[in-house]
Write a protein that binds this ligand. Structure first.
Ligand code: NAD
Ligand code: MG
Length: 401
């Protein structure tokens, strides 16, 4: 890396955003924070502005931006404060920007991420929902605008690292089978309810659901990990990132989260990427790719690893995983729908409005009621997303009453 990369971090106040800033702070000669964006957490954003001195800080709403300005008023911080999704998108496409970390949670990340892609930036993709909801369109734009797409999700980053160099490029039509790859093995811990009696899942509380055994993450992805919808979204994400078929991907439960995923080759070799479960590893990998930098992550100590186990997922325990895999085979209308329904259902669960097992019921019913078949253009994707949200929200009110 010859000169400092100019970086935009979308979702800077979240779990991935803060881990990214941690890696950046360890490698200040290589990276400069050009802009930070966030939803509503103005207090946290003020701290980040004071520490990292970005040129711009963008909040989702005007009131959050006003709050941020008042926090920064009596400080030496010169950061220019703005608001709106459009401002986020504009900064992602700014000519001085090299790299965009896409770490907003949910569909709200789609337009700013696409803006970075359309400007041909290096895009570090944590926001899996944007790829799940827009698959083909997203990848077509990556190719058309010669953007560099690097996966941050630990599983996809692991697969990327285990692939032959010639396949580490979403810009070209990769062909896994022709390059000796027989399967992508997507690992998942199984979340906090791997061994809990299935009959008690109805009574799961919010604090039980967000208490992931190995990873510390935002609330939505933590619930998705408990239902394994997260692995389902990752299944769809892998299909698009690595240009493969549902037959090419297997999900493997690995409760220790030490192997982050694997690639199986025709000759019987299986390459695995391992490490302590800490998102700073994939973040540092993608930031510096193809070089390697310090991530602040403790190396694995093999003498501490007594258990290393693997099983097949139980779809009775994780029906959301099956639903997402089926949606992946069904096509874009189904994946956009399931993603939208899940965002509504998980938000309702986090607010205490519905039970844990209602998440699946709402997702499945919203998918059953789906009518959109032709979902290709951005307008069609956004319309499909909107209709699915409306249907899911209606189902939530039925559960409440
Ligand atoms: P989080 O909830 O901790 O952070 C989300 C960020 O998005 C925050 O900065 C928030 O302010 C911002 N945001 C929320 N709504 C917004 C809106 N409407 N407009 C603009 N900004 C908004 O979430 P997270 O755990 O950091 O996850 C972020 C993304 O990364 C998700 O898509 C998740 O699936 C993915 N991911 C996270 C992890 C992890 O370990 N946390 C691992 C893999 C992938
Ligand atoms: Mg993951």
């Amino acid at each position: 890396m010859s000169q400092q990369q100019q970086l935009v971090i979308l979702g800077a106040t979240g779990s991935i955003g803060l881990s990214t800033l941690d890696v950046v702070a360890r490698n200040k000669t290589l990276f400069n924070v050009f802009a930070l964006t966030a939803g509503n957490n103005a207090k946290k954003m003020a701290e980040l502005c004071i520490e990292h001195e970005p040129l711009y800080a963008v909040m989702a709403t005007q009131s959050a931006a006003e709050q941020l300005s008042s926090y920064l008023n009596n400080t030496p911080c010169q950061t220019l404060v703005m608001h709106s999704q459009q401002a986020m998108s504009d900064l992602c496409a700014h000519p001085d920007v090299d790299t965009v970390m896409s770490a907003i949670v949910g569909a709200a990340g789609l337009l700013p991420t696409l803006s970075a892609v359309e400007a041909g930036k290096k895009v570090l993709l944590a926001n899996k929902e944007s790829l799940v909801m827009s698959g083909q369109l997203f990848i077509d734009k990556v190719k058309q605008h010669k953007a560099t797409l690097l996966p941050i999700d630990s599983e996809h980053n692991a697969i990327f690292q285990c692939l032959p160099h010639s396949l580490q490029n979403a810009n070209v039509d990769q062909n896994l089978q022709k390059n000796g790859v027989s399967k992508l093995l997507l690992t998942g811990s199984g979340g906090p309810f791997l061994t809990r009696d299935i009959n008690t899942l109805k009574a799961v509380t919010v604090s039980e659901a967000v208490a992931h055994p190995n990873w510390s993450m935002g609330q939505k992805i933590s619930v998705d990990s408990a239902t394994m919808m997260n692995k389902g979204l990752e299944f769809i994400e892998a299909k698009w990132l690595f240009n493969c078929d549902t037959r090419d991907i297997d999900v493997v439960i690995h409760p220790q989260s030490i192997i982050h995923s694997m690639v199986q080759y025709h000759d019987g070799s299986i390459l695995a990427q391992m490490g302590n479960p800490d998102m700073r590893t994939p973040i540092a990998h993608a930031l510096a790719y193809p070089e390697r930098i310090d991530a602040g992550v403790k190396p694995l100590n093999f003498s501490d690893l007594c258990d290393f186990s693997f099983t097949k997922p139980d779809f009775d325990r994780y029906p959301n995983l099956q639903l997402a895999i089926n949606a992946c085979s069904a096509g874009q209308g189904a994946t956009t729908t399931v993603n939208a329904a899940n965002e509504i259902a998980v938000a309702a669960f986090l607010k205490g409005q519905i039970g844990f097992t209602d998440i699946y019921k709402i997702n499945a019913q919203t998918l059953d009621d789906a009518t959109s078949t032709n979902v290709q253009s951005l307008e069609e994707i956004l319309e499909c997303d909107k209709l699915a949200r409306e249907r899911a929200a209606k189902l939530v009110t039925k559960v409440i009453h």
